[in-house]
Every structure is written in C-alpha cells, then in structure tokens.
Design a protein around this ligand. Structure first.
Ligand code: AHM
Ligand code: MG
Length: 335
C-alpha cells in the first residue's frame, strides 16, 4: 500500500468535509515551516545557530538565536497565504499583524516557535507547538487585530499540534477527530503518516515533574508526588518511574507514546505567576492533543480547555496525561 503523506491525509479530510480547504492550507504551511526549523536545528554549531541573543522576550527570558530564527520562519511562511487574520507567539509581546499588502483569512495562529529552549545547546529534543483558532467576526478581523481576538478558551481551537525535533522529526496533529503522527522522510521531504491513532494509556507508572521545585509546591502536589515516591509500600501500591526532559514537547510525546503524567504546578516563588507554562501556546494545544488521545488535562482545579484567557502570555499550572493520575491529583486539589 502506498504511503500516506500529510498532504494526502489533509486532502482526504477536506474531501470528507472534515477540514475546510483554507485550514488544510494553513496546516500545510505550518508543516513546511517546521521542516525549515528542523533543518536549522539540525545544523547546530555548523550553522552558527547555537547560543543566545542579547535580547529578552516579553516574559523576561533571554532569547536563544534559534528562538528568534524559528519565530521568523513561522511568520514569513504564514503571512502571505491569505489564510490568517493574525498571529501571536511566545517570542512577541503583541499580536502580529498581517502586512496590508496581503489578503487576510479566517484563522488565528498562536505558537511557541521553539519550545524547550534550554535544551538547544545541549543537543536534546526541542519542538514547535501551535494552536489554531477562528478569528471572531465581532473583532473585525479585516483591520488591525487586538489581543482580545485571541482570548478564546482552548475548547475553541479548531486544530492543534506540535513538531518534535528529536532523533526523528515528527508532526503530531489533531483536527478535533483523534490524533495522528507523521514522521519526516528527509529523502522525500514529506511528512508521512506513521502513527494512525495515538491513544494515551489510562493508567501509568511514570511521572514527569521538575523535582528541584518540590519545596515550593502547594500541599496537594506535595501529597500526590509524595505518594508516587512512596511506591509499592505507599497508598498507591505500585512503584513509579520518573522522567524529566525539560522540553514539554518531548515529555508530552513520551506520554502519548507510552503513558504517564506531566506536571508543572504553580509554586510559592512568584505567587502572582500561576505556574511556568503559558496557556495559549503551550497548555491549550497540548491539552487538546492529550484529550483527543483519550487523556486528561487540568490546572489542578479545572479542565485547562475551559479556562477563559485574560491575556496572551498568561501562565497556568498544568497536570496532563493518563486519565487516572490526572483525576487523582486534581481530586487532591479539591479535598
Ligand atoms: P520555553 O518555552 O522557554 O522553552 O519554556 C518552556 C519549557 C517547557 O518545554 C518545559 O516543560 C519547561 O520549560 C522546563 O522548565 P524547567 O527548566 O523549570 O525544568
Ligand atoms: Mg515553550
């Protein structure tokens, strides 16, 4: 049987009336940009792309050269095609306006161009995360777009995905009807469907959290992780293994492959910041993927996809992965 490329998959989705043609085009363009980012990432020191810039992003984080380059690749690829009303990114303070010389479209694209930046220089997997929303008509999508057009709950996403730049480059995508995985065939230059129906196992014996923050966590998380660490002799009655890659894409990819629970809880260091991860371009797209794969995702008290955003770069606590464990840690927050 012939291989199914991303283009063919998307065309078949359009034919069966599941994906409008302009959304199909959008995903193709994002995938093309991810190929270009993958190429840059793989050059490493040879391409002069490692190391930091002299600039900080809106969150006060030092930008890596590849953060900035990946952001430019995504903007340039997506601004001219007529499928977007605007874009927003981890690396830009405000919404990006489609230049006036290009037509505008119905969608909004929000992304973290290069997630896991701390791993770039040590040659560990990084990725791109993206979320697609419709531009609400009431926001006058023809003119300059304000931040409010983007402030829609995760349930409004029409598509979400990530590319992981690891031993293989993969694109993991949901259009709201399950999760598909495509592996980049570098000889063909195409993403090929290799993971037909990705499902997160309901139960797990693996967790992912940055343990160095333990002393700053709130009581429900202390209790839950304490029980995981207590293993077979503890109340959960089984031994758990731990992994922490410090690239959300790589940690989530592992969970989609073999199950697990991922946590980035809020902590007491900066009480005004609820967690480290950003709602619009990290937590929301990953939560849509995880839910579409049969898993669950909460901020400890509510489903992440139900949160009404109040700002573009807002942060949120994240508990996602295998349903049983996410439900347990969420219940501890309510106890
Ligand atoms: P980034 O978008 O600036 O790369 O930050 C997000 C990353 C996530 O990929 C990862 O889960 C987390 O930060 C790791 O944080 P820590 O360095 O505290 O372990
Ligand atoms: Mg990130």
């Amino acid at each position: 049987m012939s291989r199914i490329t991303l283009s063919r998959y998307l065309i078949e989705q359009t034919r069966s009336h599941q994906t409008p043609a302009d959304l199909r085009f959008l995903i193709e363009v994002v995938a093309r940009a991810c190929k270009a980012i993958s190429h840059q990432v793989s050059k490493g020191a040879l391409g002069g792309v490692l190391g930091s810039m002299d600039t900080e992003n809106v969150q006060g984080e030092v930008q890596k050269k590849l953060d900035v380059l990946s952001n430019e690749i995504l903007l340039e690829a997506n601004e001219w095609g007529g499928h977007l009303a605007g874009m927003a990114s981890e690396e830009m303070d405000n919404a990006y306006q489609i230049p006036g010389k290009y037509p505008k479209g119905a969608y909004l694209l929000v992304f973290d161009p290069l997630d896991g930046s701390s791993n770039i220089d040590v040659n560990v997997s990084v990725g791109t995360i993206f979320s697609v929303l419709r531009c609400p008509e009431r926001n006058g999508c023809e003119g300059d777009l304000g931040e409010e057009a983007f402030l829609q709950p995760g349930t409004s996403q029409v598509a979400a995905g990530y590319a992981i730049y690891g031993p293989q480059t993969m694109l993991v995508l949901t259009l709201g009807n399950g999760v598909k995985g495509f592996t980049l065939d570098r000889e063909l230059g195409s993403f090929v469907l290799t993971h037909e129906d990705i499902r997160v196992p309901e139960a797990t014996a693996e967790f992912a959290v940055n343990m160095s923050n333990q002393r700053h966590w709130e009581a429900p998380v202390q209790r839950y992780v304490g029980e995981l660490l207590a293993g077979k002799e503890g109340p959960l009655g089984k031994n758990y293994n731990m992994r922490w890659i410090a690239s959300m894409v790589a940690d989530v990819h592992r969970i989609l492959t073999r199950g697990g629970v991922f946590m980035y809880p809020r902590d007491s260091r900066e009480p005004e910041k609820p967690g480290k991860l950003r709602l619009m371009y990290e937590a929301n797209p990953m939560s849509m993927i995880i839910e579409q794969a049969g898993g669950a995702s909460t901020d400890g008290s509510q489903r992440i996809l139900d949160i009404q955003p109040t700002s573009l770069h807002q942060r949120v606590a994240v508990f996602l992965g295998s349903k049983e464990e996410v439900e347990r840690v969420t219940a501890y927050h309510q106890a």
